[in-house]
Write a protein that binds this ligand. Structure first.
Ligand code: PLP
Length: 384
């Protein structure tokens, strides 16, 4: 079955007891045993819950995975995946990662003896092999990266990681499986913040990890239960409901973002637009080869930090908020907001950068609001 059909039906047979078309929210912590050892497959909801199973089955199918595990947040999924490696092991990560991921790596895991090294997206694509040594156990990438919209060649990274005997993990939050399926391109594990496009309505926090490797799957299943960072039934249900409309929402996110990115590129106050769908993006051809659309995230730079702050003060429809991937459009300053935790790193986010999460409202309304906000700052030529 095609993606759109699986997003609506996979793992979701009508409820056999009532005929309910929508999977019930099984709001229970425990399950009755007929006698010791005889139960219906569910024992305790940290280990498994039917609403969560429906989500895990559906989303694993969308990622082309045999196994999927839902978590209480994207960071819980990341933390659990990082339990696959040990202190002393080496992890190579792209340097342009979500700030919270960098914080986990640098402030929680590194002090415990995990050995991290960071490469630019370009270096991961071209030179990962020489950055891996015999202690390297895991390679962590995002593509497109958050917030600079750099791309990593997933096929090349998978090949180099495999040759080094390391697992390649791809955070696929920005692209979603509708636009990019890392496991098909050779990755070992895919990770999501389902808080974003998969939930899609800015009303739930969740995470997910999927794999086709049975050994990794068995360990993740064990860790999910042993560490306990699972989503509740209602949160699982909200993400499952979000998946049903993922394909149509992503089509609209992409169409709106393509139009807005092209418009920003022509605007005299804008110095640089970072969007993989623009032919000016250095990895536009790579985006075409590993993504089926360019997504709803855009970053752009103004001449000064003051200009960026003025735009952020001036929009009405674009809400000044962290997060992304909801139906409503959001605008933010990564340097001071989502990526503040990279401020003291060797690769801080430029303070002239604005990040847009383009929603599915009317593109005309979104452009009109950006136009009035950008009218308040000098043109790039005039400001320099
Ligand atoms: N990965 C990416 C790319 C993100 O943008 C985020 C959150 O913004 C996360 C992971 C963490 O997800 P969560 O906030 O659901 O813990």
């Amino acid at each position: 079955m095609d993606f759109e059909t699986r997003a609506i039906h996979e793992g979701q047979e009508p409820d056999p007891t009532t005929g309910s078309v929508i999977p019930p929210i099984y709001q229970t912590s425990t399950y009755v045993h007929e006698e010791v050892g005889a139960h219906k497959g569910y024992v305790y909801s940290r280990s498994a819950n039917p609403t969560r199973t429906a989500l895990e089955t559906c989303l694993a199918s969308l990622e082309g995975a045999d196994h999927g595990f839902a978590f209480a947040s994207g960071m819980a999924a990341t933390t659990t995946v990082m339990q696959l490696v040990n202190p002393g092991d080496r992890i190579v990560s792209v340097n342009d990662v979500y700030g919270g991921t960098y914080r986990l790596f640098s402030k929680v895991l590194e002090p415990k003896g995990y050995d991290f090294s960071y490469l630019s997206a370009e270096q991961v694509t071209s030179d990962l092999a020489s950055a891996c040594d015999d202690k390297t156990r895991l390679v962590w990438i995002e593509t497109p990266t958050n917030p600079l919209m750099n791309l990593v060649d997933i096929r090349a990274a998978a090949e180099a990681a495999k040759a080094a005997g390391a697992l390649l993990v791809v955070d696929n939050t920005f692209a979603t499986p509708y636009l990019q399926r890392p496991l098909d391109l050779g990755a070992d594990i895919v990770v999501h913040s389902t808080t974003k496009y998969l939930g899609g309505h800015s009303d739930v926090i969740g995470g997910f990890a999927a794999t086709n490797d049975p050994t990794v799957a068995e360990r993740l299943k064990f860790l999910q239960n042993a560490t306990g960072s699972v989503p509740g039934p209602f949160d699982s249900w909200l993400v499952l409901r979000g998946l049903k409309t993922l394909a149509v929402r992503m089509d609209r996110h992409c169409a709106n973002a393509e139009r807005i990115a092209a418009w920003l590129e022509e605007h005299p106050a804008v110095e640089r637009v970072r969007y993989p769908g623009l032919t000016s993006h250095p990895e536009h051809e790579l985006a075409r080869s590993q993504m089926s659309g360019f997504g709803g995230m855009i970053s752009f730079e103004l001449a000064t930090k003051e200009a960026a702050l003025e735009v952020l003060r001036s929009t009405d429809l674009w809400l000044l908020a962290e997060s992304l991937g909801g139906v409503e459009s959001l605008i933010e300053h990564p340097g001071a907001m989502t990526h503040a935790s990279t401020a003291d790193s060797p690769f801080p986010t430029p303070d002239t950068l604005i990040r847009l999460s383009v929603g599915i409202e009317s593109a005309d309304d979104l452009l009109a609001d950006l136009e009035q906000a950008l009218a308040k700052v000098p043109s790039a030529a005039g400001a320099s």
